[in-house]
Ligand binder design. Structure first.
Ligand code: NAD
Ligand code: DAU
Length: 370
């Protein structure tokens, strides 16, 4: 039985991971630790928190004393670090929070873990760090995909801060013998993704009849992975990964942005065309008046320093862990569109600010709850 400390567990991938782990390891204890920044949403994990083996603490990973206290108090043996500032565009307009959370926060977590786990008792433990393929930089059209030995070349403040955190994790293994693993994953999509990222942004803008902003020429390429497949990959790394090792996780699924936007348009149109109640709920969606969502596509100025292409070589994870993605892209996009159609309250409360008001009322606008 494991006792997990899941940081950033109220965010997109963290919340999916909390559900995944609770379902697949029902005897394990889970402590979700999250600062509930703009990207954190406690309603995403409400069903999991109903279980008595789950606890939520609002807190900042930079708060080493609090983390250290909780690791000891709850006899935690596994940290899974999702907590991060994660949006590239925000890192360009305001890098400070990225340096603080992604670098200083990871360092504070490592220090707390070192103090609790390497204090002479030799307690079995695992510190798993969730990272990104963006640390490897940008690929040309014919370059081979990123492998675990591709040199780091981060291009945005976001990816630079993640690269720094990866190096710290590596160093704590090499220098102190902390039992760490790191996974570097490609673009995730699926339920609970904050509607600033490409896919949920497009779904929701279509439903509200708003423009679909495509950066530059729309030909940048990303590798896309359904979030549950990422969660399964992390589970395999935690359970079977070698201490000190890095594993790339990807979907072997490269798409240009414009093709993704077209696919999302098509899926939403099909759903609306088949449903009078959706037409009634979303009268501004093009399909509700017999038009096509692709008419909303608007090419806008490019993201500064926009990486052209990411691709992942996940052969090491396949060979050592038996990992391969299970959800094909058509199915994953259909499931994702369906989730946003079935969970309008989740994203409408984010858009109209009522969720943030509720958090401030129940958790305070800042500070730590114990
Ligand atoms: P997200 O932005 O949806 O969620 C981040 C979570 O971390 C939020 O709940 C937020 O409240 C919390 N958080 C932020 N700062 C914190 C702090 N100082 N202390 C405690 N909690 C804090 O992010 P995501 O998309 O779920 O990404 C999770 C992790 O996975 C990140 O480390 C990211 O770099 C990595 N990653 C993301 C993707 C992707 O496609 N989204 C792909 C590969 C790797
Ligand atoms: O590769 C993994 C990374 O994927 C993670 O590390 C990041 O946390 C995650 O946010 C994601 O980064 P991207 O920058 O690739 O994701 P985003 O959804 O912001 O953008 C995907 C692509 O779509 C990118 O090429 C930029 C483009 N884009 C994005 C938005 C928000 C648009 O063209 N228009 C948009 O409005």
């Amino acid at each position: 039985m494991k006792r997990l400390f899941i940081t950033g567990g109220a965010g997109f991938i963290g919340a999916n991971f909390v559900h995944y782990w609770a379902e697949n390891h029902p005897g394990d204890f889970i402590l979700v630790f999250d600062a509930l920044t703009y990207a954190g949403n406690i309603s995403s994990i409400e069903p999991a928190l109903a279980d008595e083996r789950a606890v939520f603490v609002r807190g900042d990973i930079c708060n080493r004393e609090l983390v250290e206290f909780l690791l000891g108090e709850y006899a935690i043996d596994t940290i899974v670090n999702f907590a991060a500032e994660s949006h590239v565009d925000r890192s360009i307009t305001g890098p400070d929070a990225f340096i603080k959370t992604n670098i200083q926060g990871t360092h504070a977590l490592l220090e707390a873990a070192r103090s609790i786990w390497l204090n002479g008792h030799g307690m079995p433990h695992r510190f798993h760090h969730v990272s990104t393929d963006e640390v490897y930089g940008s690929l040309g059209p014919d370059d081979p995909p990123f492998s675990e030995t591709t040199p780091y070349a981060p291009n945005s403040p976001y990816s630079a801060s993640k690269a720094a955190s990866d190096h710290l994790v590596r160093a704590y293994h090499h220098t102190y013998g902390l039992d760490v693993t790191t996974s570097n994953c490609s673009n995730n999509y699926g339920p609970y993704q904050f509607p600033e990222k490409l896919i949920p942004l497009c779904i929701i803008n279509i439903l509200n009849g708003n423009p679909l902003p495509v950066y530059g020429d729309g030909l940048n390429i990303r590798d896309w992975l359904y979030v549950e497949d990422h969660c399964r990959g992390i589970e395999l790394v935690i359970n079977r990964g070698r201490a000190g090792s890095v594993y790339n996780i990807g979907g072997c699924n490269e798409w240009t942005n414009i093709d993704i936007v077209h696919l999302v348009c098509q899926e939403v149109d099909l759903a609306i065309e088949a449903s009078p109640s959706l037409r009634e709920s979303f009268p501004d969606a093009p399909a509700s008046r017999g038009a096509k969502s692709r008419e909303l596509i608007t090419f806008v100025s490019d993201r500064p320093g926009h990486d052209r292409r990411y691709a992942i070589d996940a052969e090491k994870a396949r060979r050592e862990l038996g990992y391969s993605p299970m959800t094909d892209f058509d199915k994953g996009i259909r499931l994702t569109v369906r989730w946003y159609l079935d969970n309008t309250r989740w994203w409408q409360e984010i858009l109209d600010g009522s969720y943030r008001d509720w958090i401030n009322r129940n958790y305070g606008s800042r500070g730590i709850e114990l």
